[in-house]
Design a protein around this ligand. Sequence first.
Ligand code: AHM
Ligand code: MG
Length: 332
Amino acid sequence: KDTKIALPVGTTLDRFIMRKQEDFPFATGELSQLLRDIALASKIVNREINRAGLMDIAGAFGSQNVQGEDQQKLDVIANIRFIRAFRNGGEVCTIISEEDEDIIQTGNPDGKYIVAMDPLDGSSNIDVNVSIGTIFSIYRRKTETGCNGDLTDCLQKGVEQVAAGYVIYGSSTMLVYTTGNGVNGFTYEPSLGEFFLSHPDIVTPKTGKVYSINEGGYNSFPQGIKDYVEYCKSNDYSARYIGSLVADFHRNLLKGGIYIYPPTAKAPNGKLRLMYEANSLAFIVEQAGGKATDGKNRIMEIEPTALHQRCPLVIGSSEMVDKVQELLLKSE
Ligand code: AHM
Ligand code: MG
């Protein structure tokens, strides 16, 4: 059971995690530690992202590194930072990442947890100063501790997540996560180096007037999706598409709306990844009262068969997701 005491806005993330932990007297605190590791890595990545704009002109004011090394791309840096945090933290035995073809072993065979992550989603937006994000899912391992995690540990259904969240590096940086007892959002105060509870118990509106889809692919959308886009237009909805999933999702979560990445000619199974993007946002949206499907099936019940498998994604306010499903069904 979750804590009965509502923690006030302004509570630090550390204290929040600690108080939640007190509600599980028999739990060992490993998940709490893991969440702290994620928060730490995200602060480091946040710092790198904030500097990113300066990198290109670094030479011009003489701060290029002496070895003249090429600056690594930020998504690679984020991947390294998060993996390092999990290695040092010790709670995670195995990681799967959108950035890596194969399973990553942390060297902590006694770790009880598996992490699936997209360390920096929307990274093509960095150059133009648009919000980007980190997305993560946490699972309990299936195999016994004492050895490396394997594919059965990594290919778990979304319903088996024990926690999920994202960090949005935006006009301010926020960490939003769930452990299955609602969704809470924390805003980063850079001068203090702390996340503070700013959005307790997020509930997403049942419906909204914003639809987010890359309409450039319209010609090859399934008929039901075309019908939904027309429905949005005839009802004077607003189109909002940043092209950065975490940013589009975050706005819709708070304000109400729907994000759709349908199958297209270019991407017959959609573009987004089940393990790194869809499952984690699905867990969050459901915990906030919304829905996530692939147009037909609940995302979190899809049986994963490959680490990098893609799936169409229809996610957001429940009544809007229902409407898409209804139109898809009708057009079959
Ligand atoms: P990435 O994981 O390679 O960064 O791609 C995912 C991104 C999402 O953030 C965004 O919603 C989507 O790709 C945009 O794709 P498109 O340009 O096809 O609309
Ligand atoms: Mg991605």
